[in-house]
Design a protein around this ligand. Structure first.
Ligand SMILES: Nc1ncnc2c1ncn2[C@@H]1O[C@H](COP(=O)(O)OP(=O)(O)OP(=O)(O)O)[C@@H](O)[C@H]1O
Ligand SMILES: [Mg+2]
Length: 622
C-alpha cells in the first residue's frame, strides 16, 4: 500500500507516517463505543427529543409531555404514560443493542415500531447527565442515573406507570460537539419540529411541549387528521382537500392543499410510510409535478400524505437517524402519489371557495387517523378516487352527481339520497345539467347540490383548450377549417424564424401556413375553437408570446406545452363576450370533461364555489 501512494497522500494520512509505533487491535470499552454511536444518533437536542418521544410512542403512551430548557441544551425531559419498564429492563435498556422491539434479523423486514436498533438510550446516556425513571405499575419504580456513560446510581423510587427520561448537560464533556449547537431558539425550533412530526404521525396521542415553562404546543388527542393539523397551524387545515385511498396493497391517503391557497414559501410538506415520518425530496417533486398547471411556477403547496404498503416493501434501516427510507418498488410509489394528488385536484373540493368553503359543507372529506382512509363523498367530488378523470368524452357522470338538484323530475320530491339514484341509467339519460346564467358577459353561474358554482368563462375555456391541444399532440387529428379568404401575415425577423421552426406543430393544431417570400406567410386554414375565434389575431399573439416569452410559456417544460399554453390563452373565449345558452352549456360541459376542471393553466381558479352553508352563515342563519 505504501508503495502505491504518492508522497502527497502519505503526508495527508497520519497513520502512514513513518515511525508511528504499531498499536494492538482492541475492543473499545462500552462507554467509548456508545459515544461513537451517539455521534450518529444524537446530533443535537432535537434528535434526543425525537428518540425519546419515539420510545414513548412505542411504549403505547396516550400522552407525551416534552420539557425543554435553553432549547434542550441544558435540559430535556420526556414524560409518558406508556407501559414503563421493570428494574431489570431499565438497566438492560441502557446496554447497547438492547431492545424489546425485534428479536432476529428476520424481524427487520417488518418493523412496526419506531425503534429497533437498541442504540438510542445508551447513546444519549453516553453524552449527557441522564436519568431514567420508570414504572410498570403504581407503587413500583426504578430510577437510574448515568453521567456521561457511567452508571451513578440505581434507586427504587415509586412513580405512576410510565417513563420519564431526563437529559441534562448535553455534550458537556465533548466541547467539540457542544460547539456545533446553535442558539437556544434555533434548537427549540428544531426540537419542536421533531415533536410536530411525531404528533402528526400519531394524532390519537396527546402532546404537550414546554420551553422554559412556556407551552409551545398543547395538543389534545384527536380523531381526525385535520383536527391535529388545525390544532398545530390553524387556518392551514381549511385549505386542505382530502385524498382517497383506493383499496389495494399500496394506498395513499391524506390531505393536499388547494392550489389557490399555495404560496411560494413555507409549504408544510409531510410524508409518512406505515405511520413513520420520512424525508424524500424526490417524492416532494412528484407531488409538485402532480400540481403542474394548477399552480403558478415556483409555488410550494402543503401536503400531508400517508403511504400504506406491505412492510416488506419498505426498508426503514437505511439512515442513521431513520429519517429516510428505501422503497423496493419506488416507481409504484411515485405513480400512486401522482395519481392520488391528481385525483384530489380533479375534484370540486380543490376549487376556491368563497368564505370558509368546503370543510363544513361536506367539501373535504374526513381522514381518519391511523387507518389513513379518506372518504370522498360522491356528491361533492368530480372524479373517482385516484383516477385521472374522464378523457374528454361526453361522460356525464361527474356532473350528474354534482348538479342533480338542477334536474327537473321525480328527484325533486326526494332531495336526499338522490346521488345514489343518479347512478341509474334512466336518470343518466334524462339529465341535461343544471340551469346556467351568464353574468356580466364574463361568468357562468350554476346551481349545485351544495350551493353555487361561478365559472370564469375565459379561464374555463383555457383549461378546455389546453387539455384538448395536449391530447391532440399525443394522438394527432387536428380539425382545421379552410379560410374563405386566406390571410397574408408578415412577421418580424425573429417571429418569422419562430414560425418556420414551429410550422409543423402549428400544423398539428390546425394552422396551415404557407411560406410566401420574405418573412411572409399565407394562413390558409385554422382551428375553430369557438364561434368568434379570430385566427389571425390569435396566431399573431401566440407567435409574439412564443418569441418574446412570458411567465406562462416560460413555465412550460417542453415545446408542446409552450404552444398549448399559449394557444389556450390566446384562443380562448374572452371575458366580455356574450354567450348564447347553447354556447354556455357547451363550454360548461366541456370544462367538466377535463382532467382538472377547477384550475386554469396560469395557476388560477376556473371555478369559485359558494356553499349554502356559507350563505346561511353570512345571513346569520347559523
Ligand atoms: N419510554 C419508554 N417506555 C418503555 N420502555 C422504553 C422506553 N424507552 C425505552 N424503552 C425500552 O428500552 C429499550 C431501548 O430503547 P432504545 O431507544 O435505546 O432502543 P429501541 O427503541 O429499541 O431502538 P432504537 O435505538 O432504534 O430507538 C426499548 O426497546 C424499550 O424496550
Ligand atoms: Mg428507541
Amino acid at each position: 500500500m505504501t508503495a502505491e501512494t504518492g508522497p502527497g497522500d502519505a503526508a495527508a494520512r497520519p497513520a502512514g507516517r513513518p515511525g508511528a509505533p504499531p498499536r494492538p487491535v482492541e475492543i473499545l470499552p462500552d462507554h467509548v463505543a456508545n459515544q461513537i454511536a451517539a455521534g450518529e444518533v444524537v446530533e443535537r437536542p432535537a434528535s434526543v427529543v425525537k428518540e425519546l418521544v419515539e420510545n414513548a410512542l412505542d411504549a403505547g403512551a396516550g400522552r407525551v409531555e416534552i420539557v425543554l430548557r435553553s432549547g434542550g441544551k441544558t435540559e430535556i425531559r420526556v414524560i409518558d404514560d406508556g407501559h414503563g419498564m421493570s428494574r431489570v429492563d431499565a438497566l438492560l435498556a441502557l446496554d447497547r443493542h438492547a431492545t424489546s422491539k425485534i428479536r432476529e434479523a428476520e424481524d427487520l423486514r417488518a418493523i412496526a415500531s419506531f425503534g429497533f436498533r437498541g442504540e438510542a438510550l445508551p447513546s444519549i446516556a453516553a453524552v449527557s447527565r441522564f436519568e431514567l425513571h420508570t414504572a410498570e405499575a403504581d407503587g413500583e419504580g426504578t430510577r437510574v442515573r448515568v453521567d456521561f456513560g457511567r452508571v451513578r446510581s440505581v434507586d427504587e423510587v415509586p412513580r405512576q406507570p410510565g417513563t420519564t427520561v431526563g437529559v441534562g448537560s448535553l455534550f458537556h464533556d465533548l466541547p467539540a460537539r457542544a460547539k456545533f449547537l446553535r442558539t437556544a431558539s434555533a434548537e427549540t425550533r428544531a426540537a419542536s419540529e421533531a415533536v410536530v412530526l411525531l404528533a402528526l404521525a400519531n394524532p390519537e396521542v396527546g402532546f404537550r411541549l414546554l420551553s422554559n415553562d412556556r407551552a409551545l404546543l398543547e395538543l389534545a388527542a384527536h380523531e381526525r387528521w385535520e383536527d391535529r393539523i388545525d390544532a398545530i397551524w390553524g387556518d392551514l387545515a381549511e385549505t386542505l382537500v382530502g385524498i382517497a385511498a383506493p383499496a389495494g396493497p399500496l394506498r395513499v391517503s391524506g390531505l393536499v392543499q388547494r392550489p389557490d391557497a399555495a404560496r411560494p414559501r413555507g409549504g408544510r410538506r409531510y410524508l409518512f410510510v406505515n405511520g413513520r415520518p420520512f424525508r424524500d425530496a424526490g417524492l416532494g417533486r412528484i407531488v409538485d409535478h402532480a400540481y403542474r398547471t394548477t399552480v403558478a411556477e415556483g409555488m410550494h403547496p402543503s401536503f400531508f400524505l400517508r403511504i400504506e404498503t406491505e412492510p416488506g416493501m419498505v426498508d426503514v434501516n437505511v439512515h442513521p437517524a431513520k429519517t429516510e427510507v428505501r422503497f423496493r418498488d419506488r416507481e409504484a410509489i411515485e405513480r400512486a402519489l401522482h395519481e392520488s394528488v391528481r385525483g384530489a385536484l380533479a375534484g370540486l373540493g380543490s376549487t376556491r371557495p368563497v368564505g370558509r368553503g368546503g370543510r363544513t359543507g361536506g367539501g373535504a372529506p374526513a381522514v381518519a387517523p391511523g387507518k389513513g382512509g379518506g372518504r370522498r363523498p360522491r356528491s361533492s367530488e368530480g372524479h373517482p378516487a385516484g383516477g385521472a378523470g374522464p378523457p374528454g368524452g361526453g361522460e356525464p357522470m361527474p356532473q350528474l352527481a354534482l348538479f342533480i338538484s338542477g334536474h327537473r323530475g321525480e328527484g325533486e320530491t326526494q332531495p336526499t339520497g338522490v346521488a345514489e339514484d343518479a347512478e341509474t341509467g334512466s336518470e343518466r339519460a334524462e339529465f341535461h345539467g343544471p340551469e346556467l346564467w351568464q353574468l356580466h358577459d364574463r361568468y357562468i353561474l350554476a346551481a349545485t347540490r351544495e350551493g353555487l358554482l361561478i365559472v370564469d368563462q375565459h379561464s374555463a375555456h383555457e383549461r378546455v383548450l389546453y387539455e384538448e391541444i395536449m391530447r391532440r399532440f399525443e394522438t394527432g387529428g387536428a380539425t382545421a377549417q379552410a379560410l374563405l379568404f386566406p390571410v397574408t401575415l408578415r412577421f418580424s425577423p425573429g417571429e418569422a424564424a419562430a414560425v418556420e421552426e414551429l410550422a409543423g406543430l402549428l400544423g398539428r393544431l390546425g394552422f396551415e401556413l404557407e411560406p410566401f417570400g420574405e418573412r411572409t406567410f399565407i394562413l390558409r386554414a385554422s382551428p375553430q375553437p369557438h364561434a368568434r375565434f379570430d385566427a389571425e389575431r390569435c396566431l399573431r399573439e401566440m407567435i409574439r408570446e412564443l418569441t418574446e416569452g412570458s411567465p406562462l410559456v416560460d413555465s412550460a417544460r417542453n415545446q408542446h406545452e409552450r404552444i398549448a399554453k399559449s394557444m389556450a390563452c390566446k384562443g380562448a373565449i374572452k371575458a366580455g363576450e356574450r354567450l348564447g345558452p347553447e354556447e354556455a352549456r357547451e363550454l360548461f360541459d366541456r370544462l367538466f370533461a377535463t382532467e382538472l376542471p377547477g384550475h386554469d393553466v396560469h395557476g388560477r381558479p376556473t371555478i369559485v364555489r359558494l356553499t349554502v352553508d356559507e350563505l346561511d352563515r353570512r345571513f346569520g342563519r347559523s
